[in-house]
Design a protein around this ligand. Structure first.
Ligand SMILES: [Zn+2]
Length: 148
């Protein structure tokens, strides 16, 4: 019997969290929310809010108050994406995949800033790429006094 012949007894629900691996440090990341905003729960929440607004403005708009669903959905999606965007950067290495897609140079600068701050918090000297290169190839100065 092949694995594909086995059918699950229960339909597996899509989890409410999202997991992925950080592209830079390869650690597993778990977001507490699914990045897709168009779920039934979201539609219900926005529809319920639109219904309440429709009932509150019944004397002016009557049934036409249902149209408030559209601006409410736009506001919901903006807030949803802002919240998701704030959660995405990796707290371990500072890598931001969203910023990497938009502007890779700025993403690199942000990662370097993250590491600078991390080093300073621990009281260590941060050496950027150029400083490391200089340190690696620097020849130690000769001290004639030690040579006898
Ligand atoms: Zn990372």
């Amino acid at each position: 019997m092949l694995e594909r012949d086995l059918k699950p007894f229960v339909k597996v629900k899509q989890p409410s969290y999202f997991t992925y691996f950080c592209a830079q440090c390869n650690n597993k990341r778990i977001l507490p929310m699914n990045p897709n905003p168009g779920r039934a729960k979201h539609f219900f929440q926005v529809a319920l809010t639109a219904g309440v607004i429709m009932l509150m403005t019944w004397s002016w708009f009557e049934w036409k108050g249902v149209v408030s669903f559209i601006p409410l959905w736009i506001g919901f999606e903006v807030m949803f994406r802002m919240k998701l965007r704030a959660m995405i950067p990796c707290p371990i290495c500072g890598f931001d995949p969203y910023l990497q897609l938009i502007d890779s140079k700025r993403a690199t600068e942000k990662t370097v800033e993250f590491w600078k701050k991390k080093f300073e918090d621990n009281g260590l000297e941060f050496l950027d790429r150029d400083a490391l290169r200089m340190k690696k190839y620097r020849v130690p100065p000769k001290n004639d006094a030690n040579i006898t």
